[in-house]
Design a protein around this ligand. Structure first.
Ligand code: ZN
Ligand code: ZN
Length: 366
């Protein structure tokens, strides 16, 4: 049975596990690897992504060692979002909305963890938030700024390498203080949409226009697909053009970046703009989606592209309103339609057949 640690900080609001471990280690003579070796002997911690892939007993040990309630400790791990943000937690798989950190030995090469300089500056003890690992978090809702994903020197965050220096918010590559990084203001509509997404995550449910409440885990699949459409080589330009035309929003997405990097790995500035466009599509679902996709000639195959198990509201709209597969009635159906028209004394025109069957039969007359 693990005894209580000598230094027992509780997780700060919204703190991510690795930040909590580092702060705890910093209070134990500041040697991260000796602390981890003592608490989890023989366990490799930092040449993996502990926030995503460490087993749950690491979290339990932190809870016991610091005297923290188990549910408070569990909330520091990305696994706590299973069933709300994504379907199943697979420690070794790429998962939508979770930004990869690209572990190489003990170094993080990808800027998967974002930050807000003002949040760090205001913290009595600077710490890193779990929300900063999420693909839909592109802005700080408190400071209304676009998040940063790297130091000004371009390096990804590696705060676990700074524990010995006692300065988690210092860049390990150049020594710059992350709290001094300049931040760019975020657009009010992007902030509102991001707030709505965090509420959906919190409540595990989201309202989707005429489709009513849907489970957040399905809602997030839908939103992720909209972002993919807005960066897709096939339809992004036409769709964004229509969004700009109908709303006046100046949402532009640099295709040289957007089309070569997965959505969750895109820089915050770009995801911020994508969220603004996605908010337009998802608002009052499904009318704007149908209207804008139809105008942009984006049909069901593009809407459902690469989706194995599309959420019903997306599948239904794609199948019913954005389906351009022409129906070709066979000979027997045509005869039945003719008889039906004759019985009702209707001339069998394309319009009449459409009214009768609900299908586009225009091809029959060609
Ligand atoms: Zn902030
Ligand atoms: Zn730096």
């Amino acid at each position: 049975m693990m005894r209580l640690f000598a230094f027992r900080p509780k997780p700060l609001p919204g703190e991510i596990l690795s930040s909590w471990i580092c702060r705890t280690a910093a209070g134990h003579n500041g040697k991260l690897h000796s602390f981890c070796h003592y608490v989890w002997p023989g366990r490799q911690m930092w040449n993996r992504d502990p926030d995503w892939s460490c087993p749950s007993d690491v979290v339990e040990t932190m809870a016991r060692g610091t005297g923290t309630a188990p549910e408070v400790a569990r909330a520091t791990h990305l696994r706590s979002l299973e069933g709300r943000l994504y379907e199943t937690h697979r420690p070794n798989a790429k998962t939508p909305w979770i930004r990869p950190i690209g572990v190489w030995h003990r170094k993080r090469l990808n800027p998967g963890l974002q930050y807000c300089a003002a949040c760090l500056a205001e913290d009595a003890t600077p710490y890193f938030r779990i929300a900063w690992r999420l693909g839909f978090a592109a802005a700080c809702l408190t400071h209304r700024t676009i998040l940063r994903e790297t130091c000004t020197c371009g390096a990804a965050l590696n705060f676990h390498r700074m524990v010995a220096h006692g300065e988690l918010c210092q860049c390990d590559a150049c020594g710059a203080d992350l709290r001094a990084t300049a931040m760019e203001p975020a657009a009010p509509d992007a902030l509102a949409f991001q707030r709505h997404l965090f509420n959906a995550l919190e409540r595990s449910v989201a309202d989707l226009g005429s489709y009513g409440p849907v489970a957040s885990v399905r809602y997030f699949v839908l939103i992720h697909q909209l972002l993919k459409m807005l960066t897709s080589r096939k339809c992004a330009d036409r769709l964004l053009y229509r969004v700009r035309l109908s709303t006046g929003l100046d949402v532009r997405v640099d295709p040289s970046i957007a089309r070569n990097i997965e959505v969750d790995r895109l820089p915050p500035r770009l995801r911020h703009d994508l969220l603004r466009a996605a908010a337009v599509l998802v608002d009052r679902w499904p009318e704007p989606m149908v209207e804008l996709c139809s105008a942009a000639r984006v049909w069901s195959s593009a809407v459902l592209a690469d989706l194995e198990d599309p959420p019903f509201p997306l599948w239904d709209v794609a199948r019913r309103d954005l389906n351009r597969t022409f129906y070709r009635p066979n000979e027997r159906e045509v005869q039945a339609m003719r008889r039906s028209c004759a019985a009702r004394e209707i001339r069998p025109s394309g319009h009449a057949l459409r009214k009768l069957t609900g299908r586009d039969c225009s091809l029959f007359f060609r």
